[in-house]
Each structure stands twice: as structure tokens, then as C-alpha cells.
Design a protein around this ligand. Structure first.
Ligand code: ZN
Length: 54
């Protein structure tokens, strides 16, 4: 689980509105609440590069 305060400062780099991200059910990645792109979490560090394009 990521620190909720840390999660608060993260935003989707693919969306101009910089929407918040949420952890998925497994806690293995962050998902944009707007575009649905997923960002993997490795060793507790979110990798802010989208896995899927489009
Ligand atoms: Zn997004």
C-alpha cells in the first residue's frame, strides 16, 4: 500500500487536467481515474510511464 499523502501528489502524466490516480485492488499498479491508463508499482515506487498506449 502506498502512503495516501504520497498518492495525493501523484497525477496522471498523460492527462492535461492531471487527474488523481488510484491503486488497483491488488495494489500492484496505479490507474488514472480519467483515461484508465495503468502505471506499475515496483518496490513501492510508482513507475510513471504508461504500460498501455491508447
Ligand atoms: Zn490519465
Amino acid at each position: 500500500m502506498l502512503d495516501p499523502e504520497f498518492l495525493n501528489i501523484l497525477a496522471c502524466p498523460a492527462c492535461e487536467s492531471r487527474p488523481p490516480l488510484k491503486e488497483d485492488a491488488a495494489g500492484s499498479r496505479l490507474v488514472c481515474t480519467v483515461c484508465g491508463r495503468g502505471y506499475p508499482i515496483r518496490d513501492g515506487i510508482p513507475i510513471m510511464v504508461s504500460e498501455d498506449h491508447g
